[in-house]
Design a protein around this ligand. Structure first.
Ligand code: CMP
Length: 137
């Protein structure tokens, strides 16, 4: 079993699509072992996305991620990291495969509805950024 970290981003929560996305997550066989709805500050978004701090889109990305609440999740399944990335689809919804979450729900490359960890080390950092051990059940 592997764990990954996921976010349902402001664009999806604002458009009341969180329930549909959670339904897809459970239908795909993930167990939700942690879940909370929070409103990030700009500084908290910057800390989460620090690996992107030299990218031209960093400031806009952190403004977007802190403009309204998000739903943070820890998902468990065999090969959860790869499986969640496959279910989300490509970062840019224009390139996302049919049937993926981003193809169906995302607005554009920035407002792309969901986030997922890209490697085990990233997942460990991202899970610990939002959840304590006691909150993972
Ligand atoms: P995410 O998977 O959360 O990881 C980094 C985020 O940066 C990404 O999803 C998008 O929301 C955003 N992003 C990545 N590339 C671009 C880009 N070229 N322009 C704007 N936003 C981007």
């Amino acid at each position: 079993m592997e764990r990954t970290f996921a976010i349902i981003k402001p664009d999806a929560v604002e458009r009341k699509m969180a329930g549909k996305i959670l339904d897809r997550i459970e239908a795909a066989g993930f167990t939700i072992v942690g879940m909370k709805k929070i409103k990030l500050s700009t500084a908290q978004a910057e800390g989460f996305y620090y690996v992107h701090n030299q990218r031209p889109f960093f400031k806009d990305l952190c403004a977007f991620m802190s403009r309204s609440p998000v739903i943070t999740l820890v998902l468990e399944k065999e090969n959860a990291i790869a499986a969640w990335r496959e279910l989300m689809g490509a970062t840019n919804p224009a390139n996302a495969a049919e049937g993926t979450i981003r193809k169906e729900f995302a607005v554009n490359i920035e407002e792309n509805s969901t986030h997922g960890s890209d490697a085990p080390e990233t997942a460990a950092f991202e899970i610990a950024y939002f959840f304590s051990q006691l909150e993972l059940v």
